[in-house]
Structures are given as structure tokens and as C-alpha cells.
Design a protein around this ligand. Sequence first.
Ligand code: NAP
Length: 293
Amino acid sequence: MTFAIAGATGRLRPLIRVLLEPGHHVRALTRTGESPIASELRSLGAEIWRGDFDEPETLAAAATGADALFAAGTAHRVGPDGEMRHGVAAADAAKESGVPHFVYVSGSGAGADSRVPVFDAKRAVEAHIRSLELPYTILAPVYFMENLFNPWNLPSLTSRVLPSPVPIDLPIQQAAVADVVALAVAAIEQPKEFDRKRVAVASDELTAVDAAAAITAAIGIEMEPKRLDTSMLPPGLRALFAWLETDAPSVDLDQLHGNHPEVRWSSYADWSESQRARFRALCPHPHAEAVAH
Ligand SMILES: NC(=O)c1ccc[n+]([C@@H]2O[C@H](COP(=O)([O-])OP(=O)(O)OC[C@H]3O[C@@H](n4cnc5c(N)ncnc54)[C@H](OP(=O)(O)O)[C@@H]3O)[C@@H](O)[C@H]2O)c1
């Protein structure tokens, strides 16, 4: 099968490798084929196609003749207004191209009115997709485990502190990117089973206290959970964290995981182990510091 992947160089790019493994053809869309990530995708066997969400004709061209068009969002780069513009453009391009399946990555919070700008934007995109009467699947992940490596968390990690966007004893649901990718692959390969479905995606539910213990066990370096000081963060992010603390809807993990045994659902402990090298690079071992001094 042939798949066009828009947002191919973003955080969900492991999708490309997983689709290539069984022999699918992948058109990986990017605004520039010259980046190191584009080169890496090319070396894996992906075809690099020019794709810019601000030039929807590039998305339609790549989707033409493909079995599915997959679109990640762009909110992290262009904010909520950009997310809405790009999501609508991608859905319109799918419709115009006649591609038989459109897969859009929304967010779990976009399912209801949340007063969080990025979710409002994604909810509007979801409504637009439904209005187009094209075969679609909407994947709606909860908070990514990988957000721990976002720039605002790095100073804490280098001090062996696990920064939490919510009180450290409040359980929240999180999704491992690997699980989102695995579910996306299932949706892309089995369009009939996922037709016109919206699937909220969550891997585990735990407090920051439990998360710090899991990371400590995985990397052998004591991590202390602490609430993140969000006062310096942009308002959109603060709104997101406030929502996470008070209003985040709950995914039925048993039901989701039971419905999708094709995904090797990651516990936070599994994920921590998979990220051991990254943690060790960021969190200096206290004995190493003692030696240095
Ligand atoms: N982080 C979370 O906790 C969380 C939770 C739930 C859902 N999600 C969703 O999961 C998805 C993950 O996406 P992501 O983080 O991988 O996105 P991302 O890193 O921001 O990637 C977006 C991609 O879009 C491409 N792009 C093409 N045209 C663009 C344009 N005109 N402006 C900006 N970018 C353009 C960029 O590639 P080039 O630069 O190569 O063109 C980039 O790789 C998103 O839909 C996000 O909302 C995230």
C-alpha cells in the first residue's frame, strides 16, 4: 500500500519506519528535503515529497493515488490559528484528491468545550472533517510522555528533578508516542475497522510521584518529583496545564487496550526504560559530580 504522511518530520516520524518495515510505500511530506530528518527518512526508504500545509495543493498532489493521507497537527509550531488553518486545508486536500482514507491527529481534549485554544482549534478541524463526508479516522491522544523532554522541563531534569505540570500527587493519563504510532499504523492499514471513528489514545495513568519512582528505577539515578513553576510559560500552555489538572476527561484504559491488542501498550515504567539513554544524558549521576569536584 502507499501512504502520504504530512508532518512526517515531526514527533510522530517513527510512523514512517514502522510503515516501511512490512514493505509499504511511504510519501513523507516536508517543506524541505534538505533537513537531517528528511535525509534520515530517505535513507530508511521513504520517498520525500514536498508538502506544506500552507500550500494545500502539495498535500493533494501527494495524496493522489495513495491509500491514505495522514496529517499530524502543527499547533506546536504555528499555534491554534495555524492548527485550524492547516487541519482544514489537509482535510480539504484529502477530499479533493479522492484519497480513500484521511487520518488526522487531534487531541483528547478536543472532544468537548474546554476553553483551551489548541483544543478549540482541533475541535473545529474535527467538525470540518465530519462535514466533508470522506472516510476518516481521528486519533486523539492525551498528554505525551515525551513532553517531559520539552524545553521548559530540561533545566529541572538536569537537576535530577521530575517537573510536573499538575500537583505531584494527582494522577494524569499520558500516551507514549510509540503507542500513538502503533495505533496510527493499525488505523492506516485497516481503514474499514477505523472508518469514521474517533479514538482517544492513552497508555498509562499515574502521579508524578509514581513517574519519578519509575524513572529512578530505570536509570539508577534518584529523581525528585516537583510541581513545575508555570508562571513564565505562555498563556496557552498555562491554560492547557490548568485543564489537565481540573477538567481532563478520562480514557477507559482497559477498554482501549482490550480493543487494540495490536498495540504493545507501554506502562510508564516501560517508557522510562526505553528512554534510559536520553535520561542519562540529561541527568548527571551524583557520583560523577562528586568525582568532578
Ligand atoms: N504533545 C502532546 O502532548 C500531544 C497530545 C495530543 C496530541 N498531540 C498531537 O500530536 C501531533 C504531533 O505532532 P508533532 O508534535 O509531531 O508536530 P510537529 O512536531 O509540530 O510537526 C509538524 C510538522 O508539520 C510540518 N509542516 C509542514 N508545513 C508546515 C507549515 N506550513 N508550518 C509548520 N509546520 C509545517 C513540519 O515539517 P517540515 O518543517 O519538515 O516541513 C513538521 O514536521 C499533533 O497533532 C499534536 O497536536 C500532541
